[in-house]
Ligand binder design. Structure first.
Ligand SMILES: [Zn+2]
Length: 307
């Protein structure tokens, strides 16, 4: 029994120690858990604030990116507009250069073109007695009505005259030049002849007073066709040659200077003047007379007279 008691006591003490140890461990463990959980709480608060901070940073960044993007897009659009404007200005500049060089070409052409060539000369308009064309060439004898004299015509207009006569010839119409360039003094002598033959009154209505004549320009011709006895008179307008010229002379730059009932000179169906294809065509198409146009309008055709 005593032994049992001894053993019992030892066991009880042991158990007590063990229980105390367990309790102590429990308290220690509980304390540890407590502090761990509070640390975890602290950490989770940290994580939360970090998350918030990240979110706000992200939104700040996003805003910044959006703003940058939109301002970049604006800048790009502005640059594109600038490029567009510059291209437009360049285009305008190029077209200005183009029209300037066109104007220069025309000015050069005009500077080389005798302004007298499209001036009106009749009883009303006068040509200086000293005027002589810049260059004259001989009309080939085959184109002259009579080969006894030398007929001269303005060199640059001569191809047009010959082309007109060739075109008529190709349709069976015979056209010849009876008179072309006449100097002031030839014109004076011619008038003198007429005056002696017909008397002064008739001569004034027959041949232009010296200096009034388009013949001094070198661009006027008196045309003849066979069958009229070589005489320049109104009977020319009853010929096929005259009809052909009425319908076709403009294509070669010629116009009838003094048609019937004009207010500037006597009727001369045989007398034709080179004024350039453009102006002659305009006169033909609009049924107008050279002398009825005002000089300013006529002058605008000078640059194209030999085209
Ligand atoms: Zn004439």
């Amino acid at each position: 029994m005593k032994l049992f008691n001894k053993e019992y006591r030892a066991i009880t003490i042991g158990l007590g120690v063990i229980i105390i140890a367990i309790i102590a461990l429990g308290i220690y463990g509980y304390n540890r858990l407590e502090s761990l959980s509070s640390r975890i709480n602290g950490l989770s608060i940290n994580v939360e604030s970090l998350t918030n901070s990240v979110a706000s940073t992200t939104s700040t960044l996003q805003t910044a990116i959006n703003q940058t993007h939109s301002s970049l897009a604006d800048a790009l659009t502005a640059q594109q507009q600038n490029v567009g404007n510059i291209q437009q200005q360049l285009g305008g500049f190029q077209s200005q250069v183009g029209s300037l060089s066109g104007t220069l070409n025309n000015l050069q052409k005009l500077a080389q073109t005798d302004p007298e060539l499209l001036k009106k000369y009749s009883k009303v308009y006068f040509l200086n007695e000293n005027y002589v064309p810049v260059n004259l060439s001989e009309i080939p004898k085959a184109y002259q009505y009579s080969d006894s004299k030398q007929l001269l015509f303005l060199t640059q207009a001569l191809p047009h005259l010959l082309a007109m006569i060739d075109a008529a010839s190709s349709t069976g119409i015979k056209l010849y030049v009876e008179s072309a360039y006449r100097s002031y003094f030839e014109q004076k002598a011619l008038k003198g002849d007429y005056t002696m033959t017909y008397g002064a009154g008739t001569a004034n209505s027959f041949s232009a007073d010296q200096g009034y004549s388009e013949h001094q320009l070198g661009t006027a011709v008196d045309m003849l066709t066979p069958g009229l006895g070589g005489v320049l008179d109104d009977s020319f307008d009853g010929t096929k040659a005259f009809q052909w010229m009425l319908q076709n002379a403009y294509r070669y730059g010629f116009e009838l200077s003094y048609p019937k009932n004009n207010g500037y000179y006597v009727y001369e169906p045989w007398h034709w003047r080179f004024v350039g294809v453009k102006l002659a065509t305009e006169l033909h198409d609009e049924r107008k007379n050279f002398y009825d146009l005002d000089q300013r309008t006529i002058d605008t055709y000078l640059v194209n007279i030999f085209d």
